[in-house]
Design a protein around this ligand. Structure first.
Ligand code: GUN
Length: 296
């Protein structure tokens, strides 16, 4: 069994991005600039956004955090989105999800300028990606593709089972795994809450990408020997023995599944760090596509 080490792979990628940034700034251009809008005080969202900001600093990007109260109206949030759309100094930005229930997420995502939509959630980017056109692809599926690529994992003709059909992970992941490219060319089954015979589908999987947000959902008895496991789940479970008061648990029961797996991502240290580095990659691309003369 080989661990798909997202922490190390993402560090390699961050080093590559940092080198690119230093080339850009040496030429007299300003560094790429990522902005993030964070609404409210959801603990997990604060952690994720802080990790994104920290990653920006590490590679030499500029970053800006816009924090809004959870009582912000949809119109006020749309105004903030428009400000970032118009801000020439911002190359890309994200609106951290989930948003409070009084705000329609799709309305906000659709208001983002697709050229600055480095999360790849805008219908234009998702549609272009589905058609195999150049587009910002969502960060988590892109990060998983990068991880499979860097470990030379065979995907062509394999049965890939994607657990979950979210717009952020499951749906785009299934499109990328079935596209005519490497990694891709897999025969993809998407499973969700209405799926019947889940156990037998999982047992026939060569690759399982689990993104349902249910701790330890996939157990050893559900998978075949030699399976490749990508665990996207990161649920916080209360753990008084931890300094933070919680621990992170994946969708896959690592202890029972790992002995049967050929490759497996750990939680944490698997998919999470790859997601962040993909966001940096998209921001670098967005910056390259813009005129970036420094104002010095
Ligand atoms: N919430 C969970 N994952 C993500 C992500 O990749 N981007 C944003 N904006 N919000 C999220």
């Amino acid at each position: 069994m080989i661990i798909l080490d997202g922490k190390k792979t993402s560090q390699d990628l961050r080093n590559e991005i940092a080198e690119e940034v230093s080339k850009i700034t040496t030429k007299g251009y300003r560094p790429p600039h990522l902005a993030a809008i964070l609404v409210g005080n959801n603990g997990a969202s604060i952690t994720y956004v802080n990790a994104k900001i920290k990653a920006c600093e590490e590679v030499g990007f500029k970053s800006t955090l816009v924090r809004l109260s959870d009582t912000v109206s949809q119109d006020e949030l749309l105004e903030e989105v428009e400000k970032l759309n118009q801000d020439e100094s911002v190359d890309g930005f994200i609106v951290q999800l989930p948003l409070p229930v009084h705000i329609r997420e799709q309305k906000v995502i659709t208001a983002i300028d697709p050229r600055k939509d480095v999360d790849g959630f805008h219908p234009q980017n998702l549609g272009r990606m589905a058609l195999g056109m150049t587009a910002f692809a969502p960060a988590t599926p892109s990060g998983i593709i990068e991880l499979l690529d860097r470990y030379n994992i065979e995907t062509g003709g394999k049965h890939c089972v994607v657990l979950g059909r979210s717009h952020i992970v499951g749906m785009p992941m299934s499109l990328l795994m079935s596209r005519n490219a490497y990694p891709g060319n897999a025969t993809v089954t998407v499973c969700h809450s209405h799926t019947r015979n889940l156990d037998s589908i999982l047992r026939s999987a060569d690759i399982i990408i689990a993104a349902v947000g249910r701790p330890n959902f996939v157990t050893g008895d559900m998978v075949k020997d030699g399976v490749v496991i990508v665990d996207v789940g990161i649920t916080r479970i209360v753990d008084t023995e931890k300094k933070s008061g919680y621990r992170l648990v994946g969708d896959v029961d690592f202890d029972s599944v790992a002995p049967k797996a050929a490759f497996i991502t750990p939680v944490p240290g698997g998919v999470g760090p790859m997601t962040i580095v993909s966001l940096l990659k998209n921001t670098l691309i967005a910056a390259r596509l813009r005129v970036r003369k420094t104002s010095k």
